[in-house]
Design a protein around this ligand. Structure first.
Ligand SMILES: CSC[C@@H](O)[C@@H](O)C(=O)COP(=O)(O)O
Length: 367
C-alpha cells in the first residue's frame, strides 16, 4: 500500500545488494518512516523479537528470509542440513504466539533439504522466501475480495450510508506484506467506492491501532476514528458498529482465535449486541494441530515498560517516552487473548468465508 503516495511492501530484498533484506521499522511509526537492513539470521530474529516487524504474516515472511540470510553465511564446515535445522530452531523462538513463524520456516527447510551445495541452496532459499512473500500478498488480496462482499451487503442494506467497521490492533498491510488481513476487505470496499468508516481501537499497551492502523488508513485516505479500547461496547449498544473485523495470530482447527489482547472483550460485546464478528486470516495462521485455543495456544507475556511507559511526540517534533503510573506498581502484560469459536461469526480466508468450527474449516482446507 502507499507511503506518501509511493507503493511499499513491508519487506523486500535490497535493490543494490541481494545479501541484504530491508524492512520498515514499525517501532518508529507514525512519527518517522525509517527502514532497517537485515544482514543475517540474528538481525531477522532481533527484528521480530523487538517488533521492528510485527503482525503474524510479516513475522512468518521475515522468518523465511531469516533462513535465506543464514544460508548466506554458511561456512561449509558442518552439514548443511544440521546448519539449516539449527537456524530454523533459533528463528522459531523469536516470538511464541503467531504460528506463521514456525509454518513458513518449516516450509523453507522442507524446500531446501534435498540440496547439498551452498550456491544452489542460497539461490533456492531466495526464490522460496520470495515465493512465500508473494503468496502472502495474493492471499491477503483474496481475503480482501471475500470480505468486501460482506461490507457491500451491509452497505446495500444501509442505502449507501457509511458502513462502520470496528477493528482491533493492526491487522493491516503493515502486519502483512500488502493489503492486510482485517483491513484488506476495507481497502477493497473503499476502492470500489463503497462508503466506509473504521473505528480503530487504540490497542494498549503498544497502541498498534492508534499508531499503525490509523497511519495506514490515513495514507490511503480511508475515513476512520481512533477510539480508546474501552469504547467499542458503547458504540455497539448505540448502533454505531455494523461489523467487527480483526486479524489472528493463531487459529485452531476448531476455530478458536488468538489475537491481540482485548479482542475477546470486543467479541463478547459484539455477541451481546448481535453484531457480526469476523476474523480475517490466511491459511498460514491456522494451527491444525490444536483443538482448544484457551488451553493450548501459547500466549506471549511482554515487558513492563510497554504498560508503565508511553511514547509520544512533542509539539517540537521530538519523540519522548514518559512513565504513566507509580514507579513501584507491578504490571502484567499479556500480549494476546483467545476468542472462543462460539463468539466468531465467520472466518474470512483466501479460500472463502467459513464458520468457526471444525467441519466448516475442514470443508475449505480438507485437513
Ligand atoms: C494480520 S495480523 C493479525 C495479528 O497478527 C494482529 O492482529 C496482531 O495481533 C499483531 O500483534 P503484534 O504483537 O503487533 O505482532
Amino acid at each position: 500500500m502507499r507511503v506518501n503516495d509511493q507503493h511499499y511492501h513491508t519487506i523486500w530484498v535490497n535493490e543494490n545488494d541481494a545479501t541484504i533484506v530491508d524492512v520498515i521499522d514499525q517501532r518508529r511509526l507514525p512519527f518517522s518512516f525509517e527502514t532497517v537492513h537485515l544482514k543475517n539470521e540474528s538481525d531477522a530474529f532481533e527484528a521480530i523479537r523487538n517488533m521492528t516487524v510485527r503482525g503474524a504474516p510479516l513475522i512468518g515472511v521475515t522468518g523465511a528470509f531469516g533462513i535465506y540470510l543464514a544460508l548466506l553465511h554458511f561456512d561449509e564446515k558442518n552439514s548443511l542440513q544440521e546448519y539449516l535445522n539449527e537456524k530454523a530452531s533459533f528463528l522459531k523462538t523469536a516470538r511464541p504466539t503467531a504460528v506463521n513463524l514456525a509454518i513458513l520456516i518449516d516450509e523453507m527447510v522442507d524446500a531446501l533439504s534435498d540440496y547439498a551445495d551452498k550456491e544452489t541452496v542460497v539461490k533456492l532459499a531466495l526464490e522460496k522466501a520470495t515465493e512465500l512473500k508473494n503468496r502472502e500478498i495474493s492471499w491477503s488480496e483474496q481475503i480482501g475480495e471475500y470480505g468486501c462482499e460482506l461490507i457491500e451487503a451491509i452497505s446495500k442494506k444501509k442505502n449507501g450510508a457509511p458502513v462502520n467497521i470496528l477493528t482491533h490492533c493492526n491487522a493491516g498491510w503493515l502486519a502483512c506484506i500488502d493489503w492486510g488481513t482485517a483491513t484488506a476487505p476495507i481497502y477493497k470496499a473503499f476502492l470500489k467506492g463503497i462508503p466506509v468508516h473504521v473505528w480503530v481501537d487504540e490497542t494498549r499497551p503498544r497502541n498498534q491501532g492508534a499508531r499503525l492502523t490509523a497511519w495506514e488508513l490515513e495514507q490511503e485516505g480511508v475515513p476512520h476514528t481512533v477510539i480508546p479500547d474501552n469504547t467499542g461496547g458503547h458504540l455497539m449498544q448505540h448502533g454505531m458498529v455494523d461489523i467487527c473485523i480483526v486479524g489472528s495470530d493463531r487459529t485452531t482447527a476448531t476455530g478458536d482465535v488468538a489475537n491481540k489482547i482485548g479482542t475477546y472483550l470486543k467479541a463478547l460485546a459484539a455477541k451481546d449486541n448481535q453484531i457480526p464478528f469476523y476474523v480475517a486470516l490466511p491459511s498460514s495462521t491456522f494451527d491444525f494441530n490444536l483443538n482448544d485455543g484457551v488451553q493450548e495456544i501459547p500466549i506471549e507475556q511482554r515487558g513492563a515498560s510497554e504498560v508503565n511507559e508511553m511514547e509520544g511526540i512533542s509539539p517540537e517534533g521530538e519523540v519522548h517516552t514518559v512513565r504513566i503510573m507509580p514507579e513501584g506498581s507491578p504490571v502484567a502484560n499479556y500480549g494476546f487473548d483467545v476468542t472462543p469459536a462460539r463468539l466468531v461469526t465467520g472466518l474470512i480466508t483466501e479460500r472463502g468465508i467459513c464458520e468457526a468450527n471444525r467441519e466448516s474449516i475442514s470443508s475449505l482446507f480438507q485437513k
